[in-house]
Write a protein that binds this ligand. Structure first.
Ligand code: 2X7
Ligand code: FE2
Length: 299
């Protein structure tokens, strides 16, 4: 049977969310915090429950590669991941399995489509915190293998438009490889939306009296982006994304969400917004696309 994408999710990775969940893998302990977003992830997990899947494919802003798109290429990685900016919040002992067969198949498909790719086969490689956090919040049981894809710097070295073209092509290659694999895949785009953030942390990180959107203009951009997602207007969103990136310093510049749109075939059906909230002033949303809705909407 042909493989398929069971869901595509915008699954942001602020380390604060894992910190506030207090999983046994993370060393620091929290009292509470960022409930709106954490409950959004809870709603996402409930929504995914009836749809079984074989593998999680995640594209992360914090594995930054200059030459081409890189893929984890060994079956197992285990180490401690420490957030370089927030070591007080995130020191996470990870132990994860990789679906190397699918990883290689996506890399091959992308290469055949003209992209530069590389498999990461260094057993000492430290998996980035974006990959770990999005995977943990979507599936805290860690009972599925993952495919992890790096964030190529084409947006930075060339332009937002060139980066976007690359990421759409990578997404399309991802979808083709999944279809040929016969596997059911959950896709995670790990980026935040608006991304201007505070430069000083309060005494207690989870003191929510300090948490708010950084700037009204950023909030307006986030609400506009979410409106387009909820109305299935992704082609328009892609047309506006270069401006969104520049004006809201959006983490979409890392390409994860554009990759997801490429993999989903630029959806025209409505997305489900499970939550929107800020973390140190940045805008974050948990948003799900269910491709089975494409058929329903087409009727
Ligand atoms: O990496 C991040 C992020 N994207 C958003 C908010 C806070 C911290 O880290
Ligand atoms: Fe980030």
């Amino acid at each position: 049977m042909a493989g398929r994408i069971v869901a595509g999710v915008l699954a942001p990775h602020p380390p604060h969310l894992v910190y506030a969940e207090n999983p046994p893998q993370n060393e620091p302990r929290a009292e509470c915090g960022w409930e709106t977003l954490r409950w959004g992830y809870e709603r996402l997990r409930k929504s995914l429950e009836p749809r079984d899947y074989d593998v999680i494919v995640v594209h992360s802003p914090h594995w930054k590669t200059v030459v081409g798109h890189h893929f984890l290429g060994l079956p197992h990685f285990a180490s401690k991941s420490v957030d370089p900016i927030f070591p007080n919040l995130f020191r996470f002992n990870y132990d994860l399995n990789v679906d190397v067969e699918l990883s290689q198949a996506i890399a091959d498909e992308a290469k055949a489509g003209g992209l530069t790719t590389k498999m990461m086969t260094n057993p000492e490689f430290r998996v980035d915190y974006g990959t770990i956090i999005s995977c943990h919040l979507a599936n805290p049981a860690w009972d599925k293998p993952i495919v992890a894809i790096s964030s190529n710097r084409a947006h930075y070295y060339f332009s937002n438009e060139v980066g976007q073209t690359e990421q759409l092509a990578l997404g399309q290659a991802t979808a083709r490889a999944i279809e040929k694999s016969g596997k059911r895949a959950l896709l995670l785009a790990s980026n935040s939306l608006s991304h201007r953030h505070f430069t000083e942390e309060g005494e207690l990180p989870e003191d929510m009296s300090n948490e708010h959107i950084y700037h009204h203009g950023q909030y307006l951009w986030d609400m506009h982006a979410l409106k387009l997602m909820r109305e299935g207007r992704i082609r328009e969103f892609l047309d506006e994304m270069p401006d969104f990136i520049e004006q809201s310093v959006s983490e979409c510049k890392e390409g994860s969400l554009t990759w997801l749109f490429g993999a989903l075939g630029i959806p025209t059906y409505p997305a489900e917004v499970h939550a929107y909230g800020t973390v140190i002033g940045t805008g974050n949303a948990v948003v799900e696309w269910d491709p089975s809705r494409a058929a329903v909407e087409a009727k």
